[in-house]
Design a protein around this ligand. Structure first.
Ligand SMILES: NC(=O)C1=CN([C@@H]2O[C@H](COP(=O)(O)OP(=O)(O)OC[C@H]3O[C@@H](n4cnc5c(N)ncnc54)[C@H](OP(=O)(O)O)[C@@H]3O)[C@@H](O)[C@H]2O)C=CC1
Ligand SMILES: O=C1OC[C@@H](O)[C@H](O)[C@H]1O
Length: 411
């Protein structure tokens, strides 16, 4: 009963969040593009944050920007992206543009001294990522805050999941992200190569992040990559799905299975799992010629959007066997379930609310960083954003597809 009440109350608050008064010191965010994602990722989360005001928007078509501003209660409409960036009343820019435009507008925002919340994947390839995230302007005193918007990272569920893993002893890990085909037509930005499209770029980037975080390390190489392409005559450089494997330094294999075309009738939840290497455990009841071994598997359902419902299963496969010939004498499985909707469920810290979703947690930390506060300690460092694109580039190279093209500003 308590879990049903919690479920309903989380949904209720997510869609109609409490709206505290804004502080005078609130950060004023400007939106680049009248994007589909901004209402979910920024506009609604900002409502419950006393230190964030979504103050302005610019779209390529000013009429579209005006209609969007009216619908979402954004007070200022600028005539162009550059006008918004140049507005001295704006502190931070949210870049919810197609991936292929992220580098250009992040660079321009950085040069204008604005803080930046940059949608994932941060840019189109590792050359752009290196150029942006190691930019000299980021090393100045009081440099702007630049954050790749990897929202799942900031939710306590993700932190709990990581705390249950033993990274050096992971033998294999899987990250599976099936996006229903009904969401995006083949004319969507996600399928346009010149705009940094592709499944590995889009939903695959989360899978890469999950594997990197699970192993706590960078992959050595991509060892297999099989793309599923769009049907002809659509762009044959864009993957609508990708299955790929990477070798990690501990010898473990990380697998990605992502698609933007999951058939509606084959609905699947996003999930991740880490399977640990076999471990011999002390068992006082065993004679010298026998051993007790355990293989621990930790599965997370809904790592990407855990706020409404999510669950971690800790499955331990126990085996009693002979040491000499590994003959199995007895085996059994135990399963334990865990959840974390509040930070308190993870480490006892009284931070946030149980109905905060990943975007709200991320906004909290973005503001904390700008204000110079310690916050929860969760962050996406600049070097991580570079590693992300290196992993994605290696996947495309192995798949025999071209790396996504660089901005005209880098060529
Ligand atoms: N964090 C998350 O959960 C999610 C993140 N994303 C990321 O956010 C970004 C935007 O995604 P989404 O909101 O779905 O995208 P949209 O299709 O809504 O496009 C975003 C904006 O990009 C501009 N745009 C669209 N098409 C083109 C084009 N052909 N050429 C140039 N500009 C174009 C438009 O700006 P204008 O309004 O000025 O015309 C549009 O408003 C992507 O990087 C995506 O990966 C997306 C979904 C979820
Ligand atoms: O959260 C997401 O799920 C669907 C994707 O296509 C989208 O871009 C991504 O960010």
């Amino acid at each position: 009963m308590a879990s049903i009440i919690g479920f309903v109350s989380r949904i209720w608050n997510l869609y109609d969040p409490p709206q505290p008064a804004k502080k005078d010191s609130a950060i004023r965010i400007g939106l680049l593009g009248a994007s589909n994602i901004a209402p979910i990722a920024v506009i609604r989360p900002a409502k419950s944050h006393p230190e964030v005001i979504v103050a302005a928007i610019a779209a390529r078509d000013v009429k579209k920007a005006e209609a969007y501003a009216k619908k979402h209660g954004v007070p200022i409409v600028h005539k162009s992206y550059q006008d918004l960036i140049d507005d001295p009343a704006i502190d931070a820019i949210y870049i919810g543009l197609p991936n292929g435009l992220h580098y250009e507008w992040a660079l321009k925002s950085l040069k204008a001294g604005k803080h930046i919340l940059l949608e994932k994947p941060s840019v189109s390839n590792s050359a752009e990522a290196t150029s942006l995230f190691r930019h000299e302007l980021l090393n100045q005193p009081n440099a702007p805050v630049l954050l790749e918007a990897f929202h799942p990272l900031f939710h306590p569920f993700f932190q709990l999941y990581l705390s249950l893993l033993d990274p050096p002893n992971i033998a294999s890990a899987d990250a599976v992200l099936p996006v229903p085909s009904i969401l995006f037509g083949y004319d969507d930005i996600r399928f346009i190569y010149d705009l940094g499209g592709g499944a590995l770029m889009d939903c695959g980037t989360y899978c890469c992040l999950f594997l990197r975080q699970m192993f706590g390390n960078e992959p050595l190489e991509c060892i297999e990559a099989t793309p599923t392409l769009l049907p002809e005559p659509w762009d044959q450089k864009c993957d609508k799905g990708m299955q790929a494997k990477w070798l990690f330094p501990n010898g473990g294999i990380g697998s990605v299975d992502c698609t933007l075309s999951n058939p509606m009738l084959k609905f699947k939840l996003p999930w991740c799992q880490a399977v640990h290497k076999e471990k011999v455990v002390y068992d006082e009841e065993l004679s010298e010629e026998k051993e007790h071994v355990v293989v621990k598997k930790v599965v997370a359902y809904m790592l990407i959007q855990p706020a409404v419902w999510s669950r971690i299963d800790i499955v331990e496969q126990h085996t009693i066997r002979t040491i000499a010939d590994k003959k199995v004498l007895k085996s059994w499985t135990t399963t334990e379930y865990k959840k974390a909707y509040k930070r308190e469920d993870f480490d006892g810290k009284k931070l946030g609310e149980d109905w905060w979703n990943t975007y709200r947690w991320m906004l909290e930390e973005f503001v904390n960083k700008i204000k110079g506060r310690e916050g929860s300690g969760v962050w996406m460092p600049h070097e991580d954003s570079i590693y992300q694109l290196e992993m994605i580039d290696s996947g495309y190279a192995k798949a025999g597809l071209p790396i996504r093209p660089s901005s005209h500003l880098l060529q």
